[in-house]
Ligand binder design. Structure first.
Ligand code: HEM
Length: 419
């Protein structure tokens, strides 16, 4: 790791902010083999369009956590088979089958919030999002599986919970802590157990898959479970926390969103459709713009030389798209550092400039699920509770592994129940 990469690893956000106005819209991180961080829209568009001819090697920090078989970095027919198995249930009409399960999980979490309670916002949304994705991936929860989730959380906290510890693990101890054979075995046995048939647990769909995914070995199944649980909760939790925080700080905006939730089309629906709540959807979109939970898309590596960014780049070059910087450019977003949800109402942005879920053939598999969860969580909290932030000074962007989450110090005090 050279000095530029070290600066990026140690002081990520200051490093990125310092390059925001860089006219070339890329930074060379390493020379041999070349590694570039890019946010030039033409290059981002090319990368997404060329995805089928690129390798996706994964990142140094996440690869050891998710394992070598994770669908995040397999390529070719195995990757296609994973997307064909897991993609359709997570969008369109099949996704709505999970609405009840999501709404029930959110209802229980909100019911537990009593007036006078103080909660760490990031931890609260993280625990909730993990319960939701665990029920979608693995099936329903009982006391034994609750303990498995506790073990999963303890492991992820150890690996990523503190930036300093994460860096110490990586640089001083030779890598992030592994999940351990016990936790892996428990996850696999949960995934292989009979689960509710409807809506199906994603693990059951993997168990029943044929073609390249028939008879998945335990090790490969474990990598997909960890990948789905992790990718499916840290991200959504971060977006939920930021959205709830923004709304708690802006009463007028909160009242506008509440009025929308009371209007025909949304009233009485725990999972209001996006079309019925355009302002709420815009608040979420603007939150994902300024605080993208995933700051960089997956690494893309050239299999053949290419001319990009005015340079001749050799085979083996790694290009990493900076979602954070792409979404803070003034030519696409007027007054780019200002939080303004109305910029998203009845407006769509170029997918190479607004890309919280990445793009191309690796675009986030859970994008529609995440947006649905966010609508359900925000609608339930706004309708049923009033709370205020006790320490807005802690509402700074901070990194947790690759995810950009609010600091775990950010606390909310529940002031009233509306039920
Ligand atoms: C707000 C929430 C979320 C955000 C911002 C987010 C963002 C992303 C991004 C940026 C990528 C990389 C895309 C690329 O490189 O082009 C990705 C990949 C992925 N995400 Fe999400 N994600 C979210 C929620 C979820 C959820 C709920 C799931 C659960 C299924 C999920 C599963 C995945 C998977 C499996 C991939 C790898 C796709 C592939 O390589 O084919 N994500 N996500």
């Amino acid at each position: 790791m050279n000095r530029t990469e070290l600066r990026l690893a140690l002081r990520t956000l200051p490093f990125l902010d310092a390059h925001r106005a860089e006219p070339a819209r890329h930074v060379v991180l390493a020379a041999d083999p070349p590694k570039l961080l890019v946010w030039d829209p033409g290059t981002v568009e090319w990368l997404f369009r060329s995805d089928g001819e690129l390798d996706h090697p994964g990142s140094r920090s996440l690869r050891p956590l998710f394992g070598p078989h994770s669908l995040l970095w397999v390529d070719g027919e195995r990757h296609t088979a994973y997307r064909r198995t897991l993609g359709p249930p997570l969008r369109g009409r099949r996704l709505s089958a999970y609405e009840g399960l999501i709404a029930d999980t959110v209802r229980d979490a909100v019911s537990a919030l009593r007036p006078g309670d103080t909660v760490g916002l990031a931890d609260w949304t993280r625990a909730l999002a993990l319960r939701i994705i665990a029920r979608i991936v693995l099936g329903d929860l009982d006391t034994r599986t609750e303990r498995v989730l506790d073990g999963f959380t303890a492991w992820i906290d150890d690996a990523l919970g503190s930036r300093r510890r994460t860096l110490a693990h990586r640089f001083l101890r030779g890598g992030l802590p592994r999940s351990g054979a016990g936790l892996d075995a428990e996850l696999v046995s949960w995934a292989r157990a009979e689960s509710r048939p409807d809506p199906p647990a994603l693990a059951a769909l993997l168990r029943q898959a044929d073609g390249p995914l028939a008879d998945l070995p335990d090790g490969e199944l474990r990598d997909q479970l960890v990948s789905l649980l992790f990718a499916g909760h840290e991200t959504t939790a971060s977006a939920a926390a930021w959205t709830l925080y923004r709304l708690s700080r802006d009463e007028a905006l909160r009242d506008e969103v509440l009025a929308e939730l009371d209007a025909p089309g949304a009233a009485g629906r725990a999972a209001p459709p996006a079309s019925a709540v355009p302002l709420l959807t815009s608040v979420i979109s603007e939150t994902l713009r300024l605080a993208p939970p995933v700051t960089v898309a997956e690494n893309r590596r050239l299999r053949a030389p290419a001319r990009l960014l005015g340079r001749n780049l050799p085979e083996g070059t790694t290009l990493t798209t900076s979602i954070y910087l792409a979404q803070r450019q003034g030519e696409a977003f007027a007054d780019p550092l200002h939080f303004d949800p109305h910029r998203f109402v009845s407006r769509r942005y170029d997918p190479a400039r607004y890309l919280p879920f990445g793009g191309g053939s690796r675009r986030c598999l859970g994008a529609s699920l995440a947006m649905l969860e966010l609508r359900v969580i925000v609608a339930a909290v706004l309708r049923r509770r009033e709370w205020r932030c006790l320490n807005p000074g802690s509402a700074r962007l901070s990194l947790r592994g690759h995810a950009m989450a609010p600091s775990s110090r950010l606390r909310m005090r529940v002031t009233a129940c509306r039920d």
